[in-house]
Ligand binder design. Structure first.
Ligand code: ASP
Length: 444
């Protein structure tokens, strides 16, 4: 058994969390927003604001690095140990299928909500009427880098073949910064699944390796625990920089676009998640959100599902009382594979850009956007801005000019913070539904 959570009694009836950490992060975020607004109002040229932005940039990124530095060892050890602890292939299959089913329900609901709103509010038409040509021109240079990344994207055959990495070390090396040649984090996850399955198949012969992975898991959680001590300040600094640099112009001209995305995310959060929790799960929604608050705040501060994974694991085990093996499996897979906030965002952006450029998409093409956005939610790296290259791919596939992405870059980080909250909460919702339904385990 791993030692990261000695008190892993899996019962949903765990006492309410002792949420000092959550309160501190909340205060850090609130201070970051307030100071960021003040800096924004003062203007960007002043030495005070420039100096504050430079310090906040360094501190915020050091905090992110303290989380990212252990993400690959954490994903490999947590996923391999989860599979090994689950042991029996039948149970693993049932867990995998249940995870897939709840994920599909959540992400299809998310994309449909997004498309419903974007077709009703029609934010792209408002922008095109106000300042279409100017916006589009400014956009194309800013979007070059994203489009370059999107061009590097691969054909379906390659994606499928690359699911099994040729060289797992190479995939691990490029998993976070997107420089891997294969499928990056997805390939690392497949490697970890294989590792865990082999541990389960040969428990006696592989016992030392399992002990080694458990030790790595403890190391990863310990280092990340140190990093999390920086969370109130680090997340506050990241939010400060986002708010301070956010041009009022960008917000105003993209008001209806941002409103559409945020309204969609809000509906998913306060309607879809509670309904799914009620139908499949064992939690009262308000209680669930209270217990999950720490993970939601870290997601907001970091804009990264992967950086939030350790906090989600802790929340699932200690605050929600979910079964450790199942929760580890669902959350580790979900940090990359279940991103319904991102799926919603990707669908909205593509239709928004279609409206801006006057490209009319028929029902067939809209359906294509729905399916591609759902799949892109699986393939998106859980890092800040991870969805942008995939937005470019979807846009190009339905004939919408991808350089339009530049239009939304000015507000992207703000929306990224919000959609990452949805992504992480969605993972916890799936874990609450699936892990809560697992039959009691008799020793692992
Ligand atoms: N930042 C998101 C995440 O980590 C991915 C994205 O939508 O860009 O979940």
């Amino acid at each position: 058994m791993s030692q990261i959570t000695p008190d892993s009694e899996a019962t949903p009836a765990v006492p309410a969390p002792h949420d000092g950490a959550s309160r501190r992060i909340f205060i850090g975020l609130a201070v970051g927003v307030a100071l960021g607004l003040a800096a924004n109002l003062l203007g960007n040229g002043l030495w005070v604001t420039e100096a504050a932005a430079a310090v906040a940039d360094i501190v915020g990124n050091l905090f992110l690095r303290m989380l990212f530095v252990m993400v690959v060892p954490l994903v490999v050890s947590a996923l391999a140990l989860a599979v090994a602890e689950i042991g029996d292939l039948g149970r693993l299959g049932r867990l995998g299928l249940a995870t897939l089913a709840v994920t599909a329900v959540l992400s299809s609901a998310a994309v449909l909500i997004g498309l419903g709103l974007v077709n009703t509010i029609r934010p792209g038409e408002a922008l095109a009427a106000a300042r279409g040509a100017a916006a589009v021109e400014a956009a194309s240079t800013a979007a070059d880098r994203v489009i370059e990344q999107a061009r590097a994207s691969k054909a379906l055959r390659e994606i499928l073949v690359d699911m099994i990495p040729q060289n797992p070390l190479q995939e691990m090396a490029g998993a976070i910064d997107g420089s891997s040649k294969g499928n990056g984090m997805l390939a690392v996850m497949v490697f970890a699944l294989l590792l865990g399955a082999a541990l389960a198949a040969q428990p006696t012969a592989t016992a030392p390796l399992r002990g080694w992975l458990e030790a790595w898991n403890v190391v990863a959680m310990t280092v990340i625990g140190w990093g999390m001590k920086l969370a109130p300040v680090g997340a506050g600094c990241l939010v400060f920089n986002t708010v301070a640099r956010l041009g009022l112009d960008a917000i105003l001209s993209l008001f209806w676009f941002a409103f559409t995305v945020l309204a969609g995310l809000a509906i998913q959060l306060v309607v879809v998640y509670p309904v799914v929790l009620r139908v499949f799960g064992t939690f009262r929604p308000l209680d669930f959100f209270r217990r999950s608050a720490e993970a939601m705040q870290v997601a907001f501060g970091t804009s990264s599902s992967n950086a939030t994974l350790p906090t989600s694991l802790k929340v699932a085990e200690q605050n929600l009382g979910l079964r450790r093996d199942a929760a580890r499996f669902v959350l580790t897979v979900g940090a990359t594979g279940n991103q319904n906030g991102t799926a919603l965002f990707e669908g909205v952006v593509v239709l928004f850009l279609a409206q801006v450029f006057g490209v009319s998409l028929g029902p067939g093409q809209q359906l294509q956007v729905v399916l591609m956005a759902m799949l892109a939610g699986i393939g998106t790296a859980g890092v800040p801005g991870g969805s942008l290259p995939l937005v470019a791919v979807i846009a190009q596939s339905v004939g919408v000019p991808a350089e339009g992405i530049g239009i939304i870059l000015g507000v992207d980080r703000l929306l990224d913070m919000c959609r990452t909250v949805l992504n992480v909460t969605g993972d916890l919702v799936v874990a609450a539904c699936v892990a809560g339904r697992e039959p009691a385990q008799t020793g692992a």
